[in-house]
Design a protein around this ligand. Structure first.
Ligand SMILES: [Zn+2]
Ligand SMILES: [Zn+2]
Length: 183
């Protein structure tokens, strides 16, 4: 039984309330029914936000403001700030498989391509589902896929994210059945 803890910044409370089904759908895909899902508020984030208002995702994922779980815990941190990594001006999400940790930023997922306006709820829901599917894929042992439609393809922008289907391609699923830590 895997214990999934979803941690969200206060500004995302409403979004999480309306998207709980998205987490279950993605978790069922990877774990069947062998998981328990709990939601927690993510506090103590001020020290991770830099002068540009963004978060260094590497710092956050290596040393998050949460108590460490046991080895059956998977932690998914949801932040409302833009996140970046060394060498990338922004990313949508990062995963650290050895630590069983995922960080997902809703900053861009909630916005239209211009980033000026907010996107419709249904679009946000689909993007969030794809991000969870993608990052859980990394967590279970999948790498990036060459197939641009596959959910495991790397997306460098929202347009590429939107053009993917929400599931791994056949080859990735085949690989998943061989390499997954969870199946
Ligand atoms: Zn990736
Ligand atoms: Zn694939």
């Amino acid at each position: 039984m895997y214990l999934i803890r979803v941690w969200y910044m206060d500004g995302l409370r409403e979004l999480i309330e309306t998207n709980r089904d998205v987490f279950d759908a993605a978790l069922k895909f990877y774990f069947n029914d062998a998981y328990k899902l709990n939601f927690f508020q993510l506090g103590g984030m001020d020290k991770y936000i830099d002068s540009s208002g963004r978060i260094n995702a590497k710092e956050l994922i290596l040393d998050p403001p949460i108590n460490t779980g046991g080895n059956k815990h998977i932690d998914i941190l949801l932040v409302d700030r833009d996140i970046y990594l060394p060498g990338f001006s922004y990313v949508f999400a990062v995963t650290h498989p050895p630590l069983s940790r995922i960080v997902i930023s809703l900053f861009r997922l909630m916005r239209k391509y211009s980033l000026v306006e907010f996107e419709d709820d249904v679009v946000v829901k689909e993007r969030l589902f794809k991000e969870i599917m993608h990052e859980l894929g990394h967590l279970t042992g999948l790498d990036h896929c060459e197939n641009k439609l596959c959910v495991m393809a790397f997306s460098k922008n929202l347009k590429e994210l939107d053009s993917k289907v929400p599931y791994p391609c056949e080859r990735c699923i085949e690989k998943l059945n061989k390499v997954s830590r969870f199946r």
